[in-house]
Design a protein around this ligand. Structure first.
Ligand SMILES: Nc1ncnc2c1ncn2[C@@H]1O[C@H](COP(=O)(O)OP(=O)(O)OP(=O)(O)O)[C@@H](O)[C@H]1O
Ligand SMILES: [Mg+2]
Length: 377
């Protein structure tokens, strides 16, 4: 029996990013987005797959593969890709990428970082030197084979979770600057962490203020959420492969309710296919899992009613410092009055708890599914 390819391709988007880094004035991009919205799947299935057609040699690095020692992930990965290219050429590189896809499919993209800031050993000068030397080799070999290096770094915010990782950032930045033919696509799942890395000029590293190595070295882009076409892809697969004809509108509703996360939506699909449930019944089961997985009850207990209202407004890009919201919040929370400073306090709390992050003047939800959960409480 042939397996079904569940991946919904985003070829146009991948080509757009590839031409942006390949031809545009910026050769480095950071794709930003909340957890489990399909960044890694997109990088592997779409970006890396099409990169080779455009004469890039993609190298995919996931820094969470060894959170305690990301420098080892970098050296081991560069070495692996170099060996593959030397031994069997670009086809072997493509095989490495396919094995990454298999890994992603097997673990459903679940790879958690267990590192606590500050709990890691320092990065030795020898490993930094090794990164530089392998990188130089890779650029040169790729060039000889007629390819431009495309370094894809997943979970890049991890390099900002410990002071000792700053030197890795510095080494990478120097290499990227020294070999301008190199293109880089980063992905990160913490807007706060990414902002600190790419939008802050200097910061406290241990007890001294140091310049941030990645400051303004890449263009930050919001990774666009999957949309109705994605739902349609699954709707059509259910009909074609399982003779399950659910109304697309119901599936779209479910997709919105799981925070437009393909990860959770695929869990709903699994329930539909195995148990043949109504989509809303499958949604309930999956929402229960989301609740446990994200400790939604625990989060809810720490929030006051005003925090919840402010969170829901900001998730929907609605202003919170308006008289009309203050009045509405009085109705919704039962408080005697709601003032600007009370709202400010809620915003600060939501940012500190990393439920939201701020970029420019906009706020972004970091926890898919939490708005639905809190909105229905
Ligand atoms: N385009 C897609 N088509 C079908 N399924 C997808 C797609 N994108 C993601 N998925 C499913 O969602 C899962 C999670 O996606 P992925 O790991 O890419 O998310 P992520 O944004 O990288 O999450 P994290 O921030 O946790 O790393 C994938 O393993 C896959 O099952
Ligand atoms: Mg990922």
């Amino acid at each position: 029996m042939k397996p079904i390819n569940w991946h919904y391709p985003r070829t146009e988007l991948a080509r757009h990013y590839l031409t942006t880094v390949g031809r545009g004035p910026v050769s480095r991009l950071v794709l930003l987005g909340a957890r489990r919205i399909g960044k890694t799947a997109f990088l592997l299935h779409d970006v890396c797959a099409h990169a080779v057609e455009l004469k890039f040699m993609p190298v995919y690095l996931n820094l969470w593969e060894n959170p305690q020692a990301p420098q080892e992930v970098i050296t081991e990965t560069l070495q692996r890709y170099l060996t593959a290219l030397d031994d069997k050429g670009i086809e072997a590189v493509q095989e490495l990428l396919s094995s990454e896809i298999t890994k992603l499919d097997i673990n459903f993209g679940i790879l958690h970082s267990a590192v606590e800031t500050g709990s890691v050993a320092s990065v030795s000068p020898a490993s930094l030197k090794k990164i530089s030397s392998l990188f130089r080799k890779l650029v040169s070999r790729a060039g000889q084979a007629g390819f431009r290096p495309l370094i894809v770094i997943d979970e890049v915010q991890h390099l900002n979770t410990a002071d000792s990782f700053w030197d890795i950032q510095g080494t990478l930045r120097t290499q990227f600057d020294s070999f301008p033919q190199t293109c880089v696509i980063f992905a990160g799942s913490s807007r706060g962490g990414i902002n600190a890395m790419f939008n802050t000029q200097e910061s406290l590293c241990g007890s001294i203020i140091k310049p941030m190595p990645f400051f303004q070295s890449a263009m930050l882009i919001d990774f666009p959420l999957l949309d109705e076409d994605f739902v349609h892809h699954f709707y059509a697969l259910l009909i074609a492969e399982f003779a399950l004809d659910y109304p697309q509108a119901e599936l779209s509703y479910v997709f919105r309710k799981v925070g437009e996360s393909p990860f959770w939506f695929r869990m709903v699909m699994a329930e539909l296919i195995t148990l043949r449930l109504h989509p809303f019944a499958a949604l309930e089961i999956v929402q229960e899992r989301m609740k446990l997985d994200g400790d939604f009850d625990g989060i809810a207990r720490q929030l006051r009613p005003l925090d919840v209202q402010v969170y829901l407004r900001l998730c929907n890009n609605l202003p919170v410092y308006t008289q009309s919201f203050f009045e509405q919040a009085v109705q919704l929370t039962g408080r005697k009055r709601v003032t600007k400073s009370a709202v400010q306090k809620s915003v600060t709390k939501l940012l500190n708890k990393r439920l939201l992050t701020k970029a420019g003047h906009s706020y972004f939800n970091e926890i898919p599914g939490l708005p639905s959960f809190l909105g229905e409480e």
